[in-house]
Design a protein. Structure first.
Ligand code: SER
Length: 318
């Protein structure tokens, strides 16, 4: 049976590349992109698009019925930094979009759901190095609280109603195609753009702030891999720890200097420093590696080379 897939939040940083990859695998007409706004040209021209307000149940159900959707990737969310500015809105979007999709799945209209969680579910009392799958979780951001609550609800809907929902705790995601919006880890994307365009970057996190990160290609692979795994091998129905690399602003700057020797980095931390300080420095993702064979392919060096190469082409720099 062929899959019909709906991506909600398809115009965001991860949604854009995920939609393009799913279209490549499943055929463009089987993957419906949706968002509250239009996305970039490549996404809009590569297949069907529908406007959806993820917090409006009828809007989501209408599109699911129209296209006979059987798999949903719910990528719409307000991230950590923006969430602190609009706490009520962040809570409303992050929770109600999830309830809408879980309830539609419970009614039997869709067969499988992907919903991303985040390293933001951890907080200042969590062990910071090699953070285990099961540990103290006292998140201090609205975003983190919403993701932690969401994880509990995913597990609840699986146990009570048999909803096949799968989730991973993304670290900071680094990519060149579509910009991230409103995250604490966004510095690690901005730095590459500014290194090429201005030769300098002022980091909003201080130089020794080490955070778990991952290149987009790995994040997309993990997402598609967990969705293609046999249900019995998904042993965790809240959300899986997932990791690739951890580095500081100083270390990423050193890597960039290998390609752009005159690159200058300076540091001026803002409110996002507190958020970063509450998160883990590295993550133990052995359960994902054991249960469904997760492996990452990009380290800091390979990622940096790939980012700079792709952005040079994007900006028409020789
Ligand atoms: N990249 C996200 C953020 O910084 C973490 O999930 O908010």
């Amino acid at each position: 049976m062929s899959k019909t897939i709906l991506v909600i939040g398809a115009c965001g940083q991860i949604g854009t590349e995920l939609t393009l990859k799913l279209r490549e695998i499943n055929g463009a007409s089987n993957v419906i992109a949706s968002d509250i706004r239009e996305g970039d040209k490549e996404l809009m021209q590569s297949g069907p698009f529908e406007f959806i307000n993820a917090i409006d149940y009828d809007s989501v159900l209408g599109i699911i019925t129209k296209y006979n959707i059987n798999e949903v990737y719910l990528m719409a969310a307000m991230l950590s930094a923006t969430g602190e500015k609009f706490p009520a809105k962040a809570w409303e979007l992050n929770m109600n979009s999830l309830f809408n999709v879980l309830n539609i799945a419970k009614e039997g209209n869709i067969k499988k759901v992907f919903w991303p969680s985040s390293i933001a579910v951890f907080g200042p009392t969590t062990p910071k190095e090699n953070t285990p799958q099961e540990t103290v979780m006292e998140p201090s951001t609205v975003y983190g609280i919403s993701k932690q609550a969401g994880e509990r609800w995913c597990e609840y809907y699986f146990n009570k109603f048999g909803v096949d929902v799968r989730s991973i705790r993304y670290p900071g995601i680094i990519s060149w195609k579509t910009n991230p919006g409103g995250g604490t880890t966004d510095y690690a994307v901005e730095i590459y753009h500014e290194a090429l365009l201005k030769g300098a970057y002022t980091s909003f996190l201080n130089k020794e702030t080490k955070l778990p990160m991952m290149y987009m290609d790995d994040a997309i692979d993990a997402t598609i891999q967990i969705m293609n795994t046999k249900p019995e091998n998904i042993k965790i129905r809240s959300s899986y720890n997932l990791a690739a690399i951890s580095f500081t602003p100083e270390e990423i700057a050193e890597e960039i200097k290998k390609e752009i020797p005159d690159f200058k980095i300076s540091f001026k931390s803002d409110f996002r420093q507190n958020i970063a300080d509450s998160w883990p420095k590295s993550i133990d993702d052995s359960r994902a590696r054991e249960d469904w064979g997760w492996q990452h392919h990009f380290d800091l060096k390979k990622m940096s080379k790939n980012m700079l190469h792709s952005l040079k082409i994007k900006y028409n720099l020789s």
